[in-house]
Design a protein around this ligand. Structure first.
Ligand code: PLP
Length: 426
């Protein structure tokens, strides 16, 4: 029987502890696991038997979280890692090589734009940034060296929803995987695999954990991509020299990417999630749907209020009928456009800076997806390292404030914004 989302967010991957009957998933705070005998050890190292060796690779608490997120996303397998940014590297690593590129949306989390435009160059990889509303430009950007297409479902800093069906049709035709960062939407609001995504990445730091306690990331594999259809993905389709010539796709089929992520990605890059972090995230996920419904309801109320306020120039929340992306909500994220959006102040940059200092319930922090309402002026913080053109393309122009609407009483949130706007705009 297929369980519903609310049941799976509590039960998927978890079972009472076989040794003690403990109902909540224990934190297996152990680095290593005793082999039954030398043959068992050899079978584990040969990937002939699945089990625990060493917690850089696998840990029983982390494994429960991996199975839970994979189930909620409708994927075949998942690998958790130490942060959302680690997840992005873990997703690209098996696909890329020096000289290869990723075609990425201009509308991304600021940190991702920096990671892709600067840091990955050290590996000899590069990114081509394209407006993902311009489908011809996306098609034109994909060349013989492209090994992935990357976008966010509901893009940070908010207000933009990617037409995943249109993008996946293009990536499919080109024979390259589509990677979707589903951090802002979560699998409750959006299921990218149903829209053709090959891989889904998460910063579990945000809504999945939900209350701003730990950093973590996850890569979910749909299991749908044929890595052997071309010679573009030799790490998966050809003998992998980093694992004594094992052919991952031939051996593991739809779990090839997941096994590669553990056996090579975590083994050699070491960006492991620790069991404490997995525990906090498992606790958070149990209430994901309840929180997301409330985030969405509150975000809509606050966005409507701001849109009608004279001090506000514009509000970019895709849940508002005025949004150019409103049509995509029903198709891509039918349960709502998330809790994240931006608004701009008529009084400009200086007023934005005053505004973030004047809020009381809202916290001025570089985070999102917390039970608490959060605010940031992206242009002077998270998107500071970008040029003004990049800031504008990413929806973080100098007169723009980003909010992550929490699950507090919406009347209190509106009252707080009202008093802060009064101080900022005079
Ligand atoms: C926060 C975030 C990331 C990076 O995740 P970390 O856990 O901070 O490394 C990536 N993508 C999006 C959309 C994010 O919001």
């Amino acid at each position: 029987m297929a369980y519903g989302f609310d049941t799976l967010q509590i039960h998927a991957g978890a079972r009472p502890d076989p040794a003690t009957g403990a109902r909540q998933t224990p934190i297996y705070q152990s680095t290593a696991y005793v082999f039954r005998d030398a043959d068992h050890a050899a079978a584990l190292f040969n990937l002939q038997e699945v089990g625990y060796i060493y917690s850089r690779l696998t840990n029983p608490t982390v494994a429960v979280l991996q199975e839970r997120i994979a189930t909620l996303e409708g994927g075949q397998g998942a690998v958790c890692c130490s942060s959302g940014h680690a997840a992005q590297i873990m997703a690209l690593f098996p696909l890329m090589a020096p000289g290869r590129n990723v075609v990425a949306s201009t509308r991304l989390y600021g940190g991702t734009i920096t990671q892709f435009s600067q840091t990955i160059k050290r590996f000899g990889w590069s990114a081509k940034f394209v407006d993902f509303d311009d489908l011809d430009a996306v098609k034109a950007a994909i060349d013989d060296d492209t090994r992935a297409v990357f976008c966010e479902a509901v893009a940070n800093p908010g207000g933009y929803i990617t037409d995943l069906d249109a993008i996946s049709a293009i990536s499919d035709k080109a024979g390259v995987p589509l990677i979707v960062d589903n951090t802002s939407a979560t699998p409750y609001l959006c299921r990218p695999i149903e829209h053709g995504a090959t891989l889904v990445v998460h910063s579990t730091t945000k809504y999945l954990t939900g209350n701003g306690t730990v950093t973590g990331g996850c890569v979910v594999d749909s299991g749908n991509f044929d890595w052997s259809a071309s010679d573009k993905f030799p790490s998966l389709s050809q003998p992998e020299p980093a694992y004594h010539g094992l052919k991952f796709h031939e051996t593991f089929g739809p779990l090839a990417f997941t096994f590669h992520g553990i056996a090579i990605g975590l083994r050699d890059l070491g960006m492991t999630m620790n069991p404490q972090a997995a525990h906090y995230t498992l606790m958070g996920i149990e209430t994901l749907s309840l929180r997301m419904d409330r985030h969405v309801q509150n975000a809509l109320k606050v966005a409507e209020w701001l849109e009608n306020d004279d001090r506000v120039a514009a509000v970019t929340y895709a849940g508002l009928p005025s949004s150019p992306y409103h049509d995509r909500v029903a198709k891509i994220c039918p349960k709502g456009a998330g809790g994240l959006f931006t608004f701009s102040l008529k009084a400009g940059y200086e007023a934005c800076v005053k505004f973030v200092d004047a809020v009381e319930i809202f916290s001025h922090v570089a985070n999102l997806g917390d039970t608490r309402s959060l605010v940031i002026h992206s242009a002077s913080t998270t998107h500071r390292q970008l040029t003004e053109d990049q800031q504008k393309a990413a929806g973080a122009a100098p007169d723009v404030v980003r909010v992550s609407i929490g699950i507090e009483d919406p009347a209190d949130l509106i009252a707080d914004l009202d008093q802060a706007l009064a101080k900022a705009c005079g």
